[in-house]
Design a binder for this molecule. Sequence first.
Ligand SMILES: O=C(O)[C@H](O)[C@@H](O)[C@H](O)[C@H](O)COP(=O)(O)O
Length: 266
Amino acid sequence: MALCGAKKDGRELKIYENTDELSTDLADYIAELSENSVKERGVFAIALSGGSLISLICKLCEAPYNKTVDWAKWYIFWADERVVAKSHADSNYKLAKDGILSKVPVIPSHVHSINDTVSAEKAAEDYEFVIRQLVRTRVINVSDICDCPKFDLILLGMGPDGHVASLFPGHSVLDEKEQWVTFITDSPKPPPERITFTLPVINSASNVAVVVTGGSKADAVHLVVDDVEPDHPSLPAKLVQPTKGNLVWFLDKAAASKLDGTKFSE
Ligand SMILES: O=C(O)[C@H](O)[C@@H](O)[C@H](O)[C@H](O)COP(=O)(O)O
């Protein structure tokens, strides 16, 4: 159970004693969104990130979720991907495949990983093309205020520098308004070449969850959530503000330790 479930500037904050409690609730949250989306639209379009997020959603492979989730209705995407071979240790696809996707009955053709045989620029272009086709057939819903895809859920991690997906502080791709998927070749976090959803796509989702654990992220969590130094160039995580969707931050106690006035009471 969350120690605290405060709402702040449109963000719901869920803070947990430890990562085990966080991942139990996170699995529940994802399973419930999947059920609602399958009921409403017949499918569930979810975008994953890399990093520690994957180990934090691994409970989905266990009972009851392995049996109760309607895995055949899942369509899986990546909010960002490192431009390396799918078999490479740095691949977010490989991370998710080894950690989850190979353990549950998802349909292989519903797993939309990037083209790993081309340049970062071409991989981003190809990925956007795939997403456009699936928006046309409404496997991915469409935003009612712009032409952006409306993913049922986008799961993000956050780095200690406040980056989300492969949107890094001060990078020009933060200003991208037209493209849905773009690329970078200068990621400060290795490997350097990546593709990433742009902010308009992230902010058009029905649900966005930012999952952050560990004391090394506590400063960034404080800067973003407590809205410190509003005139300071924005941290990417602060720019995650779904226009009409829901935003939930899942934090463990260590990541939440520098938040202003957080009372840890159940
Ligand atoms: O591919 C990536 O590198 C990511 O998608 C990235 O945005 C990640 O989610 C954060 O860097 C947090 O990673 P950790 O949770 O491992 O710190």
